[in-house]
Design a protein around this ligand. Structure first.
Ligand code: HEC
Length: 151
C-alpha cells in the first residue's frame, strides 16, 4: 500500500516535471549554440565526404554511400531543437527568431532534398544521385544565405 502510494507520487512528480525537463534541454543559451554548431559540423562532414564520389574522383560504392546518407538523415534532424527562444547567438542571424516560419520552410527544403537523395541512392543510379546531391547542397546554401552570418 505504502509502496504504491510513493510510486504514484513519484509518477506524478515525474509527469509534472516533464515539460520543464524538455525546456531545460540546454542549461544555458551557449550550450544550445555549441550543440547546434556541433550538429552542423557533423552534417558538413557527412555531406562533404561524398563530394569526391560525386565529382567522379572516387568510384561510386552504393552500399557506402547509402550508409552515409542514412547517417546524414539522422543528423539533419538534430540542429533545430537548439534554436529555441533566447538562444540567439553564434553565427545564427536574428531572422531565425524574427521569421520562424521561413526558417522552418528552409528546414523542410533540406528534408525534401534529402528524401530525394535517399531515393536516388536506393535506386543506385549515379546520374540521378549526383543531381540529388546538388539539390541538397542548394538547400544548405539557401538557408545559409538567409539565416547564417557570413564570417
Ligand atoms: C534551415 C537552415 C539551415 C540548413 C538547411 C542548413 N544549415 Fe548549416 N547552418 C545554419 C545556421 C543558422 C548555422 C549557424 C549556427 C550557429 O552558429 O549558431 C549553420 C552552420 C553550419 C556550419 C558551421 C558550424 C560551426 O561550426 O559553426 C556548417 C559546417 C553547416 N552549417 C553545414 C551545413 C550543411 C552541409 C547543410 C546541408 C546538408 C546545412 N548546413 C544546412 C542553418 C542551416
Amino acid at each position: 500500500m505504502k509502496k504504491t502510494f510513493f510510486a504514484s507520487i513519484a509518477l506524478l512528480v515525474a509527469t509534472l516535471c516533464l515539460p520543464f525537463a524538455a525546456q531545460a534541454q540546454f542549461a544555458k543559451a551557449e550550450d544550445a549554440v555549441t550543440y547546434r554548431q556541433a550538429a552542423f559540423q557533423l552534417m558538413g562532414s557527412h555531406f562533404g565526404r561524398m563530394q569526391p564520389v560525386m565529382k567522379g574522383q572516387v568510384p561510386y560504392d552504393k552500399v557506402a554511400i547509402a550508409a552515409n546518407i542514412a547517417v546524414l538523415n539522422e543528423i539533419s534532424k538534430l540542429p533545430w531543437a537548439a534554436f529555441g527562444a533566447g538562444t540567439e547567438g553564434g553565427n545564427a542571424k536574428v531572422e531565425i527568431w524574427l521569421d520562424p516560419e521561413d526558417f522552418k520552410k528552409a528546414q523542410e527544403k533540406l528534408t525534401i532534398s534529402l528524401k530525394a537523395l535517399t531515393s536516388a541512392s536506393d535506386a543506385g543510379n549515379f546520374d540521378n544521385l549526383r543531381v540529388a546531391y546538388g539539390e541538397v547542397g542548394a538547400s544548405c546554401k539557401a538557408c545559409h544565405d538567409a539565416f547564417r552570418q557570413k564570417k
